[in-house]
Design a protein around this ligand. Sequence first.
Ligand code: ATP
Length: 289
Amino acid sequence: TFHKIDPESLTRGESLAQGSFTHIYKGVKQDQKEDEFYQTEVVLKVMDSSHRNCSESFLEAASIMSQLSHKHLVLLHGVSLGKESIMVQEYVRHGPLDLYLKKNHGESKVTTSWKLQVAKQLAYALNYLEDKRITHGNVSAKKVLLTREGDVASGSPPFIKLNDPGVSVTVLAKDLLVERIPWVAPECLSDPKGLALPADKWGFGATLWEIFSGGNMPVSLLEPQKKLHFYQSRLQLPAPKWTELATLIAQCMDYEPRARPCFRALIRDLNSLITSDYELLSDPSPADV
Ligand code: ATP
């Protein structure tokens, strides 16, 4: 159910990253229309051949993405099925949000209202998925890519796109699930096959926290045992000083999946946050948990 791309039309460029099961390259896709050649900058996600068992899930992610179209979701050009399975996506210039936030922490270009805009755009993408009853299952700032940085002075907002979820949590080994604490929903740890819409609200809550702490997530650096203990003891991330934001995050990161609000309600709440209330306070410190 996705557009097939001829491997011959793809040129592999510099390596961008290595995912758990993939190598990610910048690349070029060449198309021919009559006598004209067109070149498009793309990203090639090459499935690691040593993880054949996860290929199916990888292709399923591609299939889901190819059925969707939203301005805040990464565009999938198609899949190339040669010796390797390759997902061909649009290239997103400014890369993943977690790194961007870390790199630009404290810079004047990343204001509270900038962060709020990013959060709202992510909520719009997830609201679109919720309407279609599709669970993403891997929401975190790493999966949010920045298309446009925006510019405070000229009033141009940032622009983000949510990336594909990659290999589904329903087939991941337990240690990889534990690695994803605190973004992975607690119910997925005990029953990964039960992955459902509420999981994305939990992931969104953790991502909100991450965005407002400048891309830091101290819990993710804990040892696996301590991470597990965090969920087993039903702990919470330290509440940001901005009370209204803290309430929103706490609602998303409710250990009872059914208690988490729908994205329509979350968007309404995000729209009611007034950044000037927050500008008086300092950032939530990435305190010890
Ligand atoms: P994992 O399975 O470990 O979650 P993955 O294989 O799903 O990883 P991503 O997390 O989607 O891979 O991407 C890894 C990195 O590759 C990103 O952090 C980013 O640096 C780069 N990247 C991925 N997709 C794009 C894109 N469309 N445009 C620009 N950079 C990208």
